[in-house]
Design a protein. Sequence first.
Length: 522
Amino acid sequence: MHRPDAGRPRQLSASAPNTDSKRGTADREGEPRPARAQMEHEDQEAQKPLLATAAGSSGDGRRGAASASSSSSSIAVVVASTAVAVAGSFEFGISVGYSSPSQPGIMRDLDLSLAEYSVFGSILTIGAMLGAIVSGTVADRVGRRFTMAISDLLCILGYLLITFSQNFWWLDIGRVSIGCGIGLLSYVVPVYISEITPKNLRGGFATVNQFMICCGASLAYVLGTFITWRTLAIIGVAPCLLQLVGLLVTPESPRWLARFGHPGAFQAELQKLRGKGVDMSEEAEEIKDFTEKLQHLPKSKVLDLFQKDYIHAVTVGVGLMALQQFGGVNAICFYASEIFVSAGFSSGNTGMLAMVAVQIPMTGLGVLLMEKAGRRPLLMISAAGTCLGCLLVGLSFLAKEHHWGKDLNILLALAGILTFGGSFSLGMGGIPWVIMSEIFPINMKGAAGSLVTLVSWLSSWIVSYAFNFLLVWNSYGTFFIFASICGLTVVFVARLVPETKGRTLEEIQASMNSSLAGTSHK
């Protein structure tokens, strides 16, 4: 590294002959003088480089301080942008958690049968499937920010219809509208976060999506025990309004801007995200390379996903989403209150509040461990925990049927749902969405995102609609089926899911091209 005073050693060389001349004179005059001269000369040589180093260190310190300031600015913008995006995740959580605490009030006030309420509880996923089908196309055509704004408007409309509904039909139309909104959000939020964050922060930031879903669902559970279902619907509008305001100042995804021909805006938004004065040339060049590669690739279609080059990624993405839902999560979330009552609780509120108290810290722990432990270990631990939770809930219903004691029923049900909720929040809740945003090549991301999101919501609808009927058919058998699927998830992750922690998108894609049972997970 060049120092401002790097020329000073030449001055020492120029003065050396004079010192040597004096030393020669001193040799004739006596010993003490050359000793003093030599010491003075060594002092000069020792002092000057030290001063030069100090000056260089000072310069380094100033540059380091400037770099730290720029880094801090960069993180602040990324954090703020992520916070705006996950307001949609919070809305997602409220929408998913709404039906469980609202069930008694809605059935009473609107005189709904169990079958009619099952339609209301599950029809959210019909709307979400409609949103999922177009999510990739909409996000690619109008941008990530505008897609989030569209979803907010759909959710606001839906909650207003629910708030003022006087019959079954308006209630369901409102629920479908909300479903369309969160179907868009479920795709665009994790994709937007993965596109704006640096690779070393991508996993942790993307998992905040699941954390806020958990917080939103938890808020719906808690507030639903104290307020009416109409008031809870009005509260559901608040995150949408906050996100709409935040989107006015939030940067657009630089990758989307570069991909769709906005080079000037792409550079400006990337600089805004990385901080003033930060050298972003390497990252900008990488994004340009992606864009150039994309221009030479054919336009993607859903059927193209089933080609040999993409089949591993599709298997992982679709498999994780299907296993996530068929493991029973939405059955437990939508009908947690009813499960606790069926297991012997006098009210479902106590158990639901306990579940909230477990889910939030476990989701936070998952966020912290994402970039340390890796995706695969957290997924396997999480799936094993949900398997245990379903087994415990199944045993509670088995104990109830065989009259093994009410206290045992309650203890097993509470332990099972808390184990399931905590384990799911640790990994299976958020990591499949993180991996979905990482494993698909950029030219296939829109089509792949639509397919994977559609599979997620279709699976969710099947489980949530069938759950009440399954519970009547065989209560404990239903949860033993869920437990078997959770156990299968552990095997699926161990065999097929790659580790994406700390890897560039190119490295991830290379691993996805490996054989299905080979080294892809390493």
